[in-house]
Ligand binder design. Structure first.
Ligand SMILES: [Zn+2]
Ligand SMILES: [Zn+2]
Length: 553
């Protein structure tokens, strides 16, 4: 009986973001990605959501390494947190590790960094796992498919992928190697990206987007052009740099992440642009506006980003007007639509000409659609399959796709965050769940839970009403108050009247209660809460948080 392999999915299955898995054999663990997710409107004040890493912390002495498949935040965002608790080497492509290095440096963790670059086609031992790293196309350069040659056969992790047959850097997904692995030794288990499993057809090549952007920029003669894109989408930046040169413009980068990524990508030879053709925004005054192509962050309407500041008219560098064209070279990520619309409206008020992916094909997904997933499945022909990286509905769509391609239902295993499976000679066995919860980041990590978040939602929706009263419970007397203080409940001048009514109701109920010899502070507090809540609700039909404070003396 060959040594089994256990896979624990710590994040990314059921929601997009915070991808993390632990792969273990012979008692040793390798972590595959460690990402974060951004907080949404339903998580007020939350900066980021990390996977619950307690399984890793509990087994820290058994962890040998981490593999970072590519440098998107949902794959490397939680690495600083993991590495600040558990030291381990991180394997990834030089570009991926370059961005990991920046993240660690930002948090003063560079000393802990043991970064080990891998190159396309490399095969090496990572802890107990014999790993082969294959190139894959995605919306960031230098991503890797990981082929793990294990005691239980080959495990293929697709990472985030699309099958771009004409990628900007010519580095295609290595389908032929996958095909040859499928032939010998055969692919025992496939873990594959499900993000676009419910989108028909195939994604457009990045090069096609470049052609559209090129003709759009050529049409903007005599105008300044500003393109908002992801700072990590180096191939998009490459195409914009080429377009700039072609149209007699200079590429101007705005924002720290843009400047940093451009430098890293140029240093590594991934971004090829002549020195004269790229400038920093600090030089903008030396350049004629119609001879510039400005690339900036903010394509998602992020509040602090450069484009948002331009739309608000508060940018340090650029005041936009009717001579400017702005191109949103991205789709709004679900949840960001309203923020993006606000930025677009702001730009429209300045008379700016705006193009976006809803009107022109200036963006393409980095994740393969159904035809691409079908191609991967038909090349890989896995014995077992677990859909990963997706909302629950995407995982189910990917499951159905595999079944439609002839896989046996019992060989397609649907897992969620926290699930642990074991691959042995007998196949896959579901071992149960190790948790899979959320770890919220708001300044600090992990000290925020459901209670605080639900309080924040109530405060955000209806405000609060505090009632402070001092009693002498021995004598059964009210010594001071009730004083009512509220915020976010009712506007002035009606407020005073409502607050007085709350105070009157509380006083009346409290006097009754104090006559009862059986009272204690807890009971009095409850009475205050109930009397205030009832009055607030009767008078305003609102449900602010009621904060009763009953003090002795
Ligand atoms: Zn990605
Ligand atoms: Zn991802």
């Amino acid at each position: 009986m060959a040594e089994p392999v256990t896979v624990t999915f710590l994040g990314g299955l059921g929601q997009i973001g915070r991808n993390c898995a632990a792969i273990e054999t012979q008692g040793r663990i390798v972590v595959l990605d460690c990402g974060q997710m951004f907080g949404g409107d339903d998580l007020p004040g939350v900066d980021a959501v990390l996977p619950d890493l307690s399984y890793l912390f509990d087994n820290a002495d058994r962890i040998d390494a981490c593999i970072a498949t590519h440098a998107h935040e949902d794959h490397i965002g939680a690495l600083p947190y993991l590495l600040s608790h558990v030291a381990m080497p991180v394997y990834g492509s030089p570009f991926t590790l370059g961005l990991v290095d920046h993240k660690l440096a930002e948090r003063g963790l560079r000393k802990q960094a043991d970064l080990r670059p891998v190159h396309d086609g490399d095969r090496m031992m990572v802890g107990p796992l014999d790993c082969e790293f294959l190139p894959v196309t995605h919306s960031i350069p230098s991503g890797n498919i990981t082929a793990i040659h294990s005691s239980q056969g080959l495990i293929l992790h697709s990472s985030d992928f699309k099958l771009d047959l004409t990628p900007v850097d010519g580095r295609r997904t290595d389908l032929s190697r996958i095909g040859s692995l499928a032939h010998d030794p055969g692919i025992r288990l496939l873990l594959a990206d499900s993000t676009n499993a419910d989108s028909p057809g195939a994604s457009v090549s990045e090069r096609e987007v470049g052609r559209t952007l090129g003709s759009l920029v050529r049409d903007q003669q005599g105008r300044r052009v500003i393109v908002a894109a992801f700072a990590s989408h180096v191939h998009r930046l490459q195409q914009l740099a080429d377009i700039a040169v072609e149209t007699g413009r200079v590429l101007v980068t705005v924002g720290l992440s843009m400047r940093r990524n451009v430098k890293l990508a140029r240093d590594l030879g991934i971004l090829k642009v002549a020195d004269y053709a790229v400038r920093d925004i600090d030089d903008i005054d030396e350049l004629e506006p119609e001879r510039t192509l400005v690339v900036c962050t903010g394509s998602q309407g992020e509040f602090r980003a450069a484009l948002t500041q331009m739309a608000l008219g508060t940018s340090r560098w650029l005041k936009l007007d009717a001579n400017d064209t702005v191109i949103f070279s991205s789709h709004p990520i679900p949840g960001n639509e309203a923020a993006v619309a606000t930025v677009r409206n702001g730009l429209a008020r300045h008379g700016v000409r705006v193009f976006h992916s809803g009107t022109v094909n200036v963006h393409t997904s980095g994740h393969g659609k159904r035809q691409e997933l079908q191609t991967l499945h038909s090349v890989a022909r896995p014995e077992w399959f677990v859909p990963v990286h997706g909302e629950y509905a995407h995982l189910v769509a990917h499951q159905e796709l595999a079944l439609a391609m002839g896989m046996e239902p019992e060989r397609v295993v649907l897992c969620e965050d926290g699930d642990q499976i074991r691959l042995s000679d007998d196949g896959i066995e579901h071992l149960g769940s190790v948790g899979g919860g959320h770890l919220y980041v708001d300044g600090t990590v992990g000290d925020l839970g459901g209670t605080v978040l639900s309080e924040r939602r109530i405060l955000g929706d209806d405000g609060f009403v505090t009632v402070v009263v001092h009693v002498d419970s021995e004598q059964g007397e009210i010594l001071a108050g009730p004083d009512v203080i509220s915020r976010g409940w009712v506007e002035h001048p009606a407020l005073a009247d409502h607050e007085e009514a709350v105070a009157d109701a509380v006083e009346k109920q409290l006097r009754n209660a104090l006559r009862d010899p059986d009272h204690d502070l807890d009971r009095l507090t409850q009475i205050v809460r109930r009397a205030a809540g009832q009055t607030v609700n009767d008078r305003t039909r609102r449900r602010p948080m009621i904060v009763p404070v009953v003090r002795e003396g």
